[in-house]
Design a protein around this ligand. Structure first.
Ligand code: NAD
Length: 472
């Protein structure tokens, strides 16, 4: 269904328009919300957890079956290398449905046998009911992965959804709508709308009075706006927001593993993962050697055509985002950074010459107070700074308004546990980065979000728990 408005879907690896997308307006969003409530009042509202788990398994199987279509669409929308989309984005999209099918099958409620004054007792037990129609708003950096991370538990819990992918990356969500149909998801359960945030489909979702919960991944500033709007009607929100993540590298670490890990953490997906490391703190004794080794990894990255097997670095998502990242390249210099490597735009040939590429960039020499060490750049950059003591490293890591993720690199088990207990983040990795188990809690502290998703935490957000008390 369409309004008259369309917008361009641009391929960031070439700068060319790949498709035209229909923008949903408030009337269309209203129709989607009403379709969701009608579905809940119908067949979908009567499904069992097992019925829904079977549907989720079918969705996963169909994504696998159409993996090539999904990979092609994701690569066209994001410009990310095929190797990345085919090893992370698309398989994880399918894995999200499989994981939550498994979780809803085994998840039980609480039960208490309670004492009463007359001695006969009472039984308390809890049952889960869906929230209702959930608004799902996703960003562009891992489009299918992050959308399905929310859709899978929402559907597992029996909700209907109105979902909006980012305006930058509409394609895989559109394919997913076809898959939902094929998998037998009843009409009205999965409603997909396209468009922008303010004054468009995004705002229409979050301000709609009959949206019963909002789950959002994106910038912290956007989260704050949505929260104000969700306050009307006291709707629950789950927010996965920005980060300015630190890595702490101690001199007793496995040096090569730490260099490899932090190269991946800073440059994967061109630095456009909320979990990416932009602040690296390295113990002084290994600082120079570490900077040189990390710079070697950055210089070895190959930007270019995502379909070329040699390409290891994609473009930024858009011309606008590249302007933002380049403005931080300028700011870093103004703030006194030494540019160890990168700091510019690579010269590329062919179609990639029109793409939104930047060089992977490493800075040193900034004071901890620099804006570049506090604002999320969301590009292939990191700043490396030396530290002397464990206390100093912890204080530097915690010197941030964000609190999403951190990694600690050390050969000392005692130190690993000590530091893990003191760094104020939602996710902390020791001697690794972005190793995920979908049953674990995922989310951030402070500006990085509200709530946790993953495993039973997702089931808690996407359902209402009702306690039933029976006097025996
Ligand atoms: P964004 O906030 O600009 O947009 C995200 C989504 O929100 C898009 O679909 C957009 O159209 C929509 N939107 C924007 N304004 C809105 C409004 N007023 N009302 C309703 N919807 C609105 O974020 P982005 O640029 O797409 O994504 C990058 C950001 O996401 C980074 O800050 C990154 O750290 C963060 N992120 C966080 C996580 C996490 O799990 N914590 C994961 C990925 C990305």
């Amino acid at each position: 269904m369409a309004t008259g408005n369309t917008f361009d879907d641009v391929n960031p690896a070439t700068g060319e328009v790949a498709a035209q997308v229909h923008e949903a307006d408030a009337a269309l969003v209203d129709e989607a919300v009403r379709a969701g409530h009608a579905a809940l009042a119908g067949e979908w509202g009567r499904t069992t957890a097992e019925d829904r788990a079977a549907v989720l398994d079918r969705i996963a199987a169909l994504i696998d079956l159409r993996a090539d279509d999904f990979i092609a669409a994701e690569v066209e929308d994001t410009g990310k290398p095929v190797a990345l989309a085919s090893s992370v984005d698309i398989p994880r999209g399918a894995a999200n449905f499989r994981a939550f099918a498994g979780m809803i099958r085994v998840h039980g409620g609480e039960m208490y046998e309670s004492a009463t004054a007359d001695g006969t007792g009472a039984l308390n037990y809890s049952i889960r009911r869906p929230l209702g129609v959930v608004g799902v708003i996703a960003p562009w950096n891992l489009p299918l992965l992050l959308l399905t991370w929310k859709l899978a538990p929402a559907l597992a819990c029996g909700n209907a959804v109105v979902a909006k992918p980012s305006e930058e990356t509409p394609a895989t969500a559109t394919l997913l709508a076809e898959v939902m149909d094929e998998a037998g998801v009843p009409a009205g359960v999965f409603n997909l709308v396209h468009g922008f945030g303010p004054g468009s489909a995004g705002e229409a979702i979050v301000t709609h009075p009959d949206i019963n919960g909002i789950t959002f991944t994106g910038e912290s500033r956007t989260g704050a706006t949505i929260m104000r709007q969700a306050a009307e009607g006291v709707r629950p929100v789950s927010f996965e927001l920005g980060g300015k993540n630190a890595a702490l590298v101690f001199d007793d670490c496995d040096f090569d593993k730490a260099v490899d890990g932090i190269a991946r953490a800073s440059f994967m997906n061109t630095g456009q993962v909320c979990l990416c490391t932009e602040r690296v703190y390295v113990q002084r004794g290994i600082f120079d050697r570490f900077v040189e080794a990390l710079a070697g990894k950055a210089r070895a990255l190959r930007p270019g055509d995502p379909h070329d097997a040699q390409t290891t670095l994609g473009p930024l998502i858009s011309a606008v985002h590249r302007r933002k990242v380049l403005s931080y390249f300028d700011l870093a210099r103004e703030e006194g950074a030494q540019v160890v490597t990168g700091g510019g735009v690579p010269e590329l040939e062919g179609a990639a010459a029109g793409g939104f590429f930047v060089e992977p960039t490493i800075w040193t020499g900034l004071p901890q107070s620099a804006r570049c060490l506090h604002e999320e750049v969301f590009g292939p950059i990191c700043h490396v700074m030396p530290f002397d003591t464990e206390d100093e490293a912890v204080a530097l890591a915690n010197d941030s308004a964000y609190g999403l993720a951190a990694s600690v690199w050390t050969g000392s088990l005692e130190r690993a546990h000590r530091v893990a207990g003191r760094v104020d983040v939602g996710l902390l990795w020791i001697n690794t980065w972005y190793l995920r188990d979908l049953r674990t809690p995922f989310g951030g502290t402070r500006l990085s979000g509200i709530g946790r998703e993953g495993g039973r935490h997702s089931l808690d957000f996407y359902s209402q728990t009702r306690n039933v008390c029976i006097k025996l």
